[in-house]
Design a protein around this ligand. Structure first.
Ligand code: SAM
Length: 275
C-alpha cells in the first residue's frame, strides 16, 4: 500500500476557519507531522481528534526526514501542519515535499487559511498582480536593499513582519520608496482584535509611532510607487545616488530608478554614466 502526505492548512487565528476537508484528513491520517506539537495538540483537542504527533520543523535533522519518509514508504498517511496557516509559506515543509516528489510518494495539498492571501484581499490595492516576499531582512541596510528591489517590481508586495519591527520597516519604506507609497498593515487577521490600517507609508507610520507597543501578528502590503509628477534630472540623480549607496550594481540601480520614477531605463542609464 502506498503512503500519502497531505499538506493541511490550519486557521491563522479563528478556529472557525478550519475546513471540513482539513478535519476529515486530520481524522483519517495515521500521523500528524507538526511544527510545534504542543500547539497542534490544542487544535486537535478542540476538534476532538486524537492522533499520533511527530515534531517536524525547520531544524529537523536527517533522522527525522528518514523516519517520516520511512513511514510514508510503509504506506502510512501523514498530515503535515504548521503552527498556523498554510505549510511551506514561510513555514517548514519544502524539503520534505521535495524528497517525496523525488521518491514518487503521493502528495495532496488542502487549501485553507494563509495570512498573505487574507491581507491581499483586504488591502484595497489593485492586486491583479502581486508578489510575496516572506520576511524582510532584520538588518536595516539589507532591508532597504530588499525594499528597493520590491519597489522596482511595480506591483504590490506582501511581506510578513514582526510587530517589533513594523515601525522601523515603515520608516525604511518612507526613505527608500517614498512617503506617499500606499501601504496596508494587516494585524491580528481573523482574530478578535483584527486591525487593517491603510494609507500612505507616512500616515500609517505616524499612526503606529503614536502607540506604546504594537502587538500580535502582522502582514504588510507595500504598494507600487505612487504615480508622481514627471521626474526631473535632479530626482533621477538623487535616486541613483541613493541606490548606489545601498550597494546596488550600476545596472540594477538604473533599472530600479527607472521603475521607481516611471522613466525609461535608457534615460536613467545615460544619467548614471555622467555621475
Ligand atoms: N504559513 C503561514 C501562512 O500561511 O500565513 C505563515 C507563517 S509565518 C512563520 C508567520 C507570519 O505570518 C507572522 O509573523 C505574520 O507575519 C503572518 N501571520 C500569521 N498569522 C497572522 C495573522 N493572524 N494576522 C496577521 N499576520 C499573520
Amino acid at each position: 500500500m502506498d503512503g500519502k502526505l497531505s499538506i493541511v492548512a490550519t486557521p491563522i487565528g479563528n478556529l472557525g476557519d478550519i475546513t471540513l476537508r482539513a478535519l476529515q484528513t486530520l481524522e483519517a491520517a495515521d500521523i500528524v507531522a507538526a511544527e510545534d506539537t504542543r500547539h497542534t495538540v490544542k487544535l486537535l483537542n478542540h476538534f476532538e481528534i486524537k492522533k499520533r504527533l511527530i515534531s517536524f520543523h525547520e531544524y529537523s535533522n536527517e533522522a527525522r526526514y528518514d523516519e517520516l519518509l520511512g513511514l510514508l514508504r510503509e504506506g502510512k498517511h501523514i498530515a503535515l501542519v504548521s503552527d498556523a496557516g498554510t505549510p511551506v509559506i514561510s513555514d517548514p515543509g519544502y524539503e520534505l515535499i521535495r524528497r517525496c516528489t523525488e521518491e514518487g510518494i503521493e502528495i495532496e495539498s488542502l487549501p485553507g487559511a494563509c495570512a498573505a492571501i487574507t491581507a491581499v484581499t483586504l488591502c484595497g490595492m489593485d492586486c491583479s498582480r502581486f508578489s510575496f516576499y516572506g520576511f524582510l531582512n532584520t538588518k536595516s541596510a539589507a532591508r532597504k536593499k530588499e525594499l528597493a528591489e520590491i519597489q522596482g517590481e511595480g506591483k504590490p508586495c506582501i511581506v510578513y513582519e514582526s510587530p517589533n519591527r513594523v515601525t522601523k520597516t515603515l520608516k525604511d519604506i518612507c526613505e527608500v520608496c517614498g512617503e506617499d507609497t500606499q501601504v496596508c498593515v494587516a494585524r491580528e487577521l481573523t482574530k478578535v482584535y483584527e486591525e487593517v490600517a491603510r494609507g500612505t507609508a507616512k500616515e500609517v507610520l505616524d499612526m503606529f509611532c503614536a502607540r506604546q507597543a504594537i502587538k500580535g501578528e502582522v502582514v504588510l502590503v507595500i504598494g507600487p510607487q505612487a504615480c508622481a509628477t514627471e521626474a526631473t534630472e535632479e530626482d533621477i540623480v538623487r535616486a541613483l545616488k541613493e541606490s548606489l549607496g545601498l550597494g546596488m550594481t550600476k545596472k540594477d540601480a538604473a533599472a530600479h530608478v527607472a521603475a521607481l520614477l516611471g522613466v525609461p531605463k535608457n534615460r536613467t542609464y545615460q544619467i548614471l554614466l555622467t555621475l
